[in-house]
Design a protein around this ligand. Structure first.
Ligand code: F6R
Length: 255
């Protein structure tokens, strides 16, 4: 059954599919990832945290439990991590990944690459992660969510297109957008380590999942306006193989 309202080519390498609901869009993204892993069990996946991919991860776990896919040989790189949080902290993205995905399917812990937000030397940690990424041969499929301000990973507005793994200050908009998702902390850490825009653009394929009305303006700015560092996701239009999965609410300002 094709649940998509419409599928269009925005440009040569850019596909856009709009689904009736957020769950439909997430399920399509899960199918995309499952197909990727079945074709190449040794895929290197770039993964995001946040509210948007939770349903995707649940569908991946369900598919694993049904025996439809194995993640045994998959390698992963997470996009980002809050500074100051050890992997065991409930608000660390490492802990989120364990709760939502890694701990629920047959991933090999040795192949899961995560940033240590509690490293004593965070600049050295960013450099270590950049080296690991380089040595891995790069990301096959990068899953992204979209910030309400257009951020990708934690590349906030103003991030350079040639930016790499680094420590960043989070914007006020991101601090308040992420507040409701906190498990234990009372406020969002003010800094993070993130893959850079160049690192994201180096992925061989990109999947962007954006759902809900709060993302509509960032979606329009990314897809309908001239690429600009003011809206980091608009820089994705230069990528040769990107697929935007939206629900109708996130697509509502596209016109
Ligand atoms: C998370 C990340 C962020 C989120 C974005 C959307 O690893 O890199 O860019 O994807 O902030 O977050 P949600 O999905 O919570 O709206």
């Amino acid at each position: 059954m094709n649940l998509s309202l419409h599928r269009t080519a925005v440009s040569d390498g850019c596909q856009l599919t709009v689904f009736p609901t957020a769950n439909d869009a997430a399920d399509a993204v899960a199918d995309h990832l499952i197909t990727t892993v079945r074709r190449n069990p040794k895929s290197v996946l770039g993964l995001a945290t946040g509210q948007t991919p939770r349903r995707v991860y649940k569908s991946l776990v369900d598919a694993f439990l049904e025996g439809e896919v194995s993640f045994r040989d998959v390698a992963t790189f997470n996009l980002d991590e809050y500074c100051g949080l050890a992997a065991s902290h409930p608000d660390a993205f490492a802990a989120f990944m364990k709760r939502e995905l890694f701990g629920l399917a047959d991933f090999d812990p040795a192949k899961l690459n995560l940033i240590d937000g509690a490293a004593a030397d965070l600049a050295a940690e960013a450099a270590r992660y950049a080296t690991l990424l380089h040595k891995s041969g790069g990301i096959d499929v990068q899953l992204l969510g979209l910030g309400t301000n257009g951020h990708i990973g934690f590349n906030e507005p103003g991030s350079a297109p040639d930016s790499h793994v680094r420590i960043v200050d989070l914007s006020h908009e991101t601090l308040s957008a992420n507040q409701p998702g906190l498990v234990e902390l009372r406020s969002v850490p003010s800094q993070a380590i993130t893959l850079g825009i160049a690192d994201i653009l180096n992925a061989r394929e990109i999947i962007m999942l954006a759902t809900g009305p709060a993302k509509a303006t960032a979606v329009r700015r990314s897809l309908r306006e001239k690429p600009s560092t003011d809206c980091p996701a608009s820089l994705l239009t230069s990528h040769a193989n990107i697929h935007w999965y939206l629900d109708s609410a996130a697509a509502s300002a596209l016109g």
